[in-house]
Design a protein around this ligand. Structure first.
Ligand code: XBP
Ligand code: MG
Length: 235
């Protein structure tokens, strides 16, 4: 195993319930809109990856006309991202327990660290910098770098390209079914670390499923990588 590609939202960080969701609601409020996303229904909204796409689909469901959405959604989303950055700067978003220790162990083992996320570069870079130290992950592929977001494999394929590695030498770490499908479509072995929003996701196809990073060490990741059903010798 030469590198591990991490998802960000729900994986490296607990960012959805008390981060993005709160920022979406603040943005709605600032724009004088009546919409509020509560904790439980937000789990279903997460099935749409990409914050802008999530708002758009929701407002479409609320009956807002396309021309109005076209004008409003990018503004709502840009402001959400600013507000989310403020939440990160204020310490409201934290690494999942065990993540920092695992990253240190991977560093010590000489294994590369990369990121493939659906989130926007506007907040991804400052978040990684603040919580994990600058330039720790390379490459960092965000939703802005791809035409199609997860479950499409584009972000993972770009990350593999940046690493200069074949999928067989790399492991993906995800939290959700959409992320797992994206990783598998890029022929990566994938570990899923479930969270409250993804506990009931269909994670068939993961080579290891756990509830917390505290259950993971380098040896467990190596063996999950070797279990890649698509693996062909000499990996
Ligand atoms: C994360 C997402 C993102 C975030 C919000 O999915 O779908 O849309 O919820 O970030 P994954 P943006 O963890 O699979 O990458 O508003 O920047 O999209
Ligand atoms: Mg995720």
């Amino acid at each position: 195993m030469k590198a591990v590609i991490f998802d960000v939202d729900g994986t490296l960080v607990d960012s959805e319930r008390d981060g993005h969701r709160v920022a979406f609601n603040l943005s709605f409020e600032e724009h004088g809109l009546p919409y509020r996303w509560d904790v439980e229904p937000y789990g279903r909204l997460l099935e749409t990856t990409g914050g802008q796409q999530r708002i758009d689909r929701y407002l479409e469901g609320e009956g807002m006309a396309e021309d109005e959405r076209h004008e409003l959604v990018p503004r709502l989303h840009a402001r959400k991202n600013e507000l989310f950055r403020e939440l990160v700067a204020g310490g409201r978003v934290t690494p999942r327990p065990g993540v920092e220790r695992l990253l240190d162990e991977l560093d010590e083992a000489g294994i590369g660290l990369a990121v493939a996320t659906t989130g926007s570069r506007a907040w991804v870079e400052p978040l990684l910098e603040r919580l994990f130290g600058g330039a720790r992950f390379s490459p960092v592929i965000t939703g802005d770098d791809v035409e199609v977001r997860k479950p499409d494999p584009s972000a993972y394929l770009l990350a593999l390209d940046g690493l200069g590695l074949a999928a067989g030498h790399v492991l993906a770490v995800e939290d959700s079914a959409n992320g797992l499908v994206a990783a598998r479509a890029a022929e990566l072995a994938c570990v899923v670390v479930l969270n409250d929003y993804t506990a009931d996701h269909d994670v068939d196809g993961a080579t290891l499923v756990v509830d917390t990073f505290e259950q993971l060490d380098v040896a467990a990741l190596r063996s999950a990588r070797r279990a890649n059903p698509g693996l062909v010798p000499p990996y």
